[in-house]
Write a protein that binds this ligand. Structure first.
Ligand code: BES
Ligand code: MN
Ligand code: ZN
Length: 516
């Protein structure tokens, strides 16, 4: 989708649809919406008399968040239709609500077959948001809301928005809006790239093809990318990655993406500056292995690489934005399959850091590949590490499906930095405790630790398992995000589209922008 910014009044724009907005409870629209309303009035051109006012008076539109109404303009303005987006109440208005309203309105325009769509910036006028943030949210919402996954469809959908025009009448805001629009486009495209990886069928996306996609993306945006083969992984003694991968015909890959700020960006860091490191769980399909999962809904386990997809998307955006600091993205990629050569319950494996692990369940595989990655990244002397993983069903039970991810951390300041980034991104995240008692539940009779502490407290014991690979002399500020409940959206709502959510990309980008 092409995105342009123009300095005009929205009612003068020639497009298949123009998008305006309305707060819930407002009876006489003001601002750009008022101007469109007046243009759609009965010859007197007075605000409060037009077709949008009529919609409100008749009770056909109340302005609830994500409510949309279509008004036909009968030749009174160049665009044949106006889409009115509900923002919810003014008191409850947030940046994320601007993003949601934009998603709902743009998806409506797409469903109607509009190819050229113009929109005002939601929230920068009466909403009181900064123009740059509001413009970024409007574009993010628009591009995320219009996303479609059609890779596996044999026929194209010809309803595609080709051009999005961001319309601002106040020339003083244009430069800020332009900057926000460019950032929003980079971020939304990265979220959509993550969604596409998650949505892609697991016979098409497996460790080798995921790694190839990372190499292609890195070459395009200017990241360095190294891909460790199975032999390289064995050389590094990543016992966890090797064990999980050994049952699959698809060998593992271990991908390291690195962003170094290019010249031309002010505030270049010193060469020895410590990087931020992002790690994503990349199980391209999780059958459970020998501890096999029930077949019902097993297809959703193609999304068990959502953490890696978030890291992929975040790194793509970070390069696109040329953020002024060094950032490293790490993706251990495996397929968890049962077979005659699969690892089994009772096996004891030796991890990269030397700890031995008794396998209780081959379905507790994510923590094994993450453990090696958490140890591997110590070589970078990270300033902070975040791992994202669809790690436990227990986290979904605790926080709900599509509601929030869980956060665990060994460092309060780092935990708060991640929570703040998530808040700013509009991605819900809630901190859970990393009590040492969870460590007691994963002690093993025969090995150093075991990979499952059982059903009870399963989200805490999984986090503590990971912590065992972070702690020690080279310990770094670490945050673990269990995003098992955030793989898919069950509905089209706001900027969410049924299918992969693309959760995590925006939080990581915000965190990288926050600097420190
Ligand atoms: N990938 C799953 C976790 C998961 C479950 C994600 C449902 C999204 C939705 C993970 O590998 C897993 O199987 N975890 C087990 C751990 C148990 C065996 C200790 C679980 O949560 O049941
Ligand atoms: Mn599993
Ligand atoms: Zn898994």
């Amino acid at each position: 989708m092409q995105v342009a910014v123009v300095n005009k009044q929205i009612q003068t724009i020639n497009a298949d649809a123009v998008i305006v907005n309305l707060f819930e409870g407002v009876t006489a629209p003001g601002g750009a919406t008022g101007a469109v309303d007046a243009a759609l009035g009965s010859s007197d051109g007075v605000s409060g008399n037009g077709a949008i006012s009529k919609l409100i008076q008749l009770g056909d539109f109340t302005g609830k968040l994500n409510e949309v109404a279509v008004v036909y303009t009968a030749g009174l303005i160049p665009a044949p239709r106006v889409i009115v987006a509900g923002l919810g109440t003014r008191e409850q208005f947030t940046l994320d609500r601007a993003r949601q309203a934009s998603g709902s309105a743009v998806r409506k325009a797409r469903d109607l077959g509009c190819r050229r769509v113009a929109t005002i910036v939601h929230g920068s006028g009466i909403g009181g948001l900064q123009p740059r943030e509001a413009a970024q949210a409007t574009v993010e919402g628009a591009l995320m809301g219009a996303y479609q996954f059609r890779e596996h469809k044999s026929k194209n959908d010809d309803r595609v928005i080709e051009e999005l025009i961001i319309v601002e009448y106040d020339a003083a805001k244009l430069a800020e809006i332009e900057a926000g629009v460019r950032a929003g486009q980079i971020v939304a495209e990265a979220v959509n790239a993550a969604r596409t990886l998650v949505n892609r069928a697991p016979n098409a996306l497996y460790p080798e093809t995921f790694a190839q996609a990372a190499q292609a993306m890195a070459a395009r945006v200017g990241l360095t990318c190294s891909v460790l083969s199975e032999a390289d992984i064995a050389q590094e003694r990543m016992g966890g990655v090797l064990a999980v991968a050994q049952g699959s015909a698809h060998p593992p890959r271990f991908v390291v993406l690195e962003h170094q700020p290019r010249t031309g960006n002010a505030n270049l860091p010193t060469a020895d500056s410590r990087p931020l490191v992002f790690i994503g769980k990349g199980v391209t399909f999780d059958t459970g292995g020998i501890s096999i999962k029930p077949s019902e809904n097993m297809q959703s386990m193609k999304a068990d690489m959502s953490g890696a997809a978030a890291v992929f998307g975040a790194m793509q955006a970070i390069a696109g934005l040329n953020l002024p600091q060094r950032i490293i993205g790490v993706m251990p990629l495996v397929e968890n399959m049962p077979s005659d050569r699969a690892y089994r319950p009772g096996d004891v494996i030796t991890m990269m850091n030397g700890l031995t692990v008794e396998i209780i369940s081959t379905d507790a595989e994510g923590r094994l590949i993450l453990a090696d990655a958490l140890h591997y990244v110590k070589r970078f002397k990270p300033r902070g590490v975040v791992d994202l993983a669809t790690l436990t069903g227990a986290c979904v039970v605790a926080l709900g499906e599509g509601v929030a991810a869980g956060l665990f951390s060994n460092d309060d300041a780092w935990a708060n930095a991640v929570l703040c980034a998530a808040e700013a991104a509009g991605e819900k995240m809630w901190r859970l405790p990393l009590y040492p008692e969870y460590g007691d539940k994963i002690k093993s009779d025969d090995a150093d630790i075991k990979n499952s502490g059982g059903r009870v407290g399963g989200v805490g014991t999984s986090a503590y398992f990971l912590y065992r690979f972070v702690e020690g002399p080279d310990e770094y500020p670490w945050a673990h995000v269990d995003m098992a409940g955030m793989m898919f959206s069950s509905e089209n709502k706001g900027y969410l589209v049924k299918g992969a959510m693309g959760y995590g990309v925006r939080t990581l980008v915000r965190l990288a922008q926050a600097g420190t």
